[in-house]
Design a protein around this ligand. Structure first.
Ligand SMILES: [Zn+2]
Length: 460
């Protein structure tokens, strides 16, 4: 009896530890196996494209992500042409198939199996199939692609494949969550996500490298959840010393999109980690007018409030006709040709300059010149900074005066922006993830650091 009891306990321990190791989820969510990604539509719409496939094509139609075969051809090249009443597949001018039901459209699937299921459209390679439809009379070409194959393309565009694998795995989970959470974002065009940075940058096979596959495959079906639901994850290139609370960027609080330490990021030594940019009053005036803010000729730009993490919360743009106040992300996007993040200072070139005298100081070994307002002195109550506008030094015989003065303010003709970080600064910093991976953290550490309180689980 005792032995059976011991065995049972051992069994229970093994089962519970397996659960932890495998992160098996019993949540009631699932993620799709296939996605519809818009390639050509709206301003990029095409009337005719050339396709190639190594072994030929299945031709048929797509209902959502389900392909129904109507015809097979061994031809390796097809031209698909939209006309007013049909979508036609031809080869050297001979008609191979005509779809006259424009809502059903014309679907294409390459006949080579497995991972090699790649075709090219006007020379650009994509995995999966293509769907040609007319939606409200407009030509739309969609890539119907297996989720993980889509992610191969996304992580290769959104993060350098040469970066550490654990950072790429964190990126893969973020991109999967984003896709699963934004299905039907472009339903007016009949697809889920577009292929630009509006959703996630995706160029099919073009940027894939040997390092693109394992980060996706090894995290297959893994997602971050919060409170039993898929978490809405955001990431950007770099965020300076701290990421920002989402409420200071987009307005609403989200429990796992809060400000976290980002000291793993080597901000000073990465592209656009530290940036400056200037804009003339005339340029600012044009931008304001083009975006519908009629403040007249711009004369001043001032930050009036910063977040506790050093990002701009309120900024006033003043012109000859009035003042417009921008808030949160609006402070970054109004002059987004200059401002790469929401963490910046702005100074008009007519602003009064401060002239601070220096004083020769010594620590006993060497001497240096210091601004008088930064000299540290010992007082009866400890260390202190002079922090005074006037300083008098005397040797008993004569007195030297050090005084901070200001130059006369003049009219601004332009503004200088100086900032830190690249992007919206909410969620994962990609350079921060790289820094964490380089010192040995794994992708779960990275994700749980940037999205505190979430859980990594297997979706199905
Ligand atoms: Zn989009």
């Amino acid at each position: 009896m005792r032995r059976i009891f011991t065995l049972l306990i051992t069994f229970a321990v093994i089962i519970s530890s397996m659960c932890c190791l495998n992160m098996i989820a019993y949540a009631d969510y699932s993620i799709p196996s296939y996605l519809r990604i818009g390639l050509f539509y709206g301003s990029t719409a095409k009337t005719s494209v050339n396709l190639t496939s190594v072994n030929g094509f299945y031709i048929g139609k797509y209902s959502g992500t389900v392909f129904e075969e109507k015809k097979r051809t061994n031809l390796t090249e097809l031209t698909i042409t939209f006309s007013d009443d049909a979508i036609t597949a031809t080869n050297n001018g001979s008609v191979i198939y005509t779809a006259t039901n424009l809502e059903d459209g014309l679907g294409i699937f390459p006949t080579v199996g497995g991972m090699e299921r790649v075709l090219s459209i006007d020379g650009e390679k994509y995995r999966g199939g293509l769907d040609f439809k007319k939606i409200n009379g407009k030509n739309v070409i969609t890539n119907v692609v297996f989720m993980n194959n889509y992610l191969y393309g996304v992580i290769s565009r959104e993060m350098s494949p040469s970066w550490p694998k654990e950072a790429l795995k964190a990126q893969a989970v973020c991109a999967r969550n984003y896709a699963a959470n934004n299905l039907g974002k472009h339903s007016e065009y009949g697809f889920d996500l577009c292929s630009s940075v509006c959703c996630q940058a995706y160029s099919g096979v073009r940027y894939e490298t040997d390092n693109s596959y394992a980060p996706v495959d090894e995290t297959s079906n893994q997602v971050l959840t919060y409170d039993g639901k898929l978490a809405q994850l955001y990431y950007c290139s770099s965020s300076g010393s701290r990421t920002e609370d989402v409420k200071n960027v987009w307005g609403n609080s989200v429990p796992y999109l809060v400000s976290v330490d980002n000291s793993y990021e080597d901000t000073a030594n990465i592209p656009n980690g530290i940036w400056t940019g200037s804009i003339t009053c005339d340029e600012a005036t044009t931008i304001m007018r083009n975006k519908g803010y009629n403040v007249g000729q711009v004369t001043d730009i001032k930050v009036t409030e910063y977040s506790e993490n050093g990002r701009v919360l309120k900024m006033e743009v003043t012109g000859t006709n009035g003042t417009k106040t921008f808030e949160r992300e609006g402070c970054r996007t109004i002059f987004n040709t200059i401002t790469k993040s929401q963490e910046f200072t702005v100074r008009g070139n007519g602003e009064a300059a401060q002239n601070v005298p220096t004083i020769r100081t010594t620590d006993g070994n060497s001497t240096s010149d210091m601004r008088v307002d930064e000299v540290v002195i010992l007082t009866a109550s400890g260390r202190s900074t002079l922090n005074a506008l006037n300083l008098f030094a005397t040797n008993g015989t004569y007195q030297q005066t050090y005084q901070i003065t200001h130059s006369e303010a003049t009219t601004n003709t332009g503004f200088l922006f100086e900032g830190t970080g690249w992007g919206h600064s909410v969620g994962m910093s990609q350079y921060g993830a790289k820094g964490m991976a380089e010192i040995g953290y794994d992708y779960i550490d990275i994700l749980l650091h940037y999205f505190p309180g979430t859980n990594l689980e297997n979706a199905y």
